[in-house]
Ligand binder design. Sequence first.
Ligand SMILES: [Zn+2]
Length: 123
Amino acid sequence: MITAAVIGILFVLAAVLSVILLCTKGNNATAYIYSDGELKYTLPLDSINETVTMRIDSENGGYNIVEAEKGKIHVTEASCPDKICMHTGYISDGTVPISCLPNKLIIRVEKKKTDNEPDIMAN
Ligand SMILES: [Zn+2]
């Protein structure tokens, strides 16, 4: 009976662990930075441990300073007149992208799905 209980507990632990792993993978946020309609940078936001600052120059001579932290990204400085990209603030998921129309800059965040692991998903 004790062995059965131990095996039962192990099964529960394994189930809990796989759920935690799946959730962690599901939260993998990746930032895609487009400039002039081209994908310029891909940043895995969840593996950033220190703040990453980048300057992105556009063809019209404008620029945006982009700062990425663990799990989120925002525009800290921009040459555009409206500063809408700066006012968007931090984004951390796919709800709203940051866009700077004057500089043709778009930053969007996508959370990786676990579609490529059907074995675990199928239970
Ligand atoms: Zn802007």
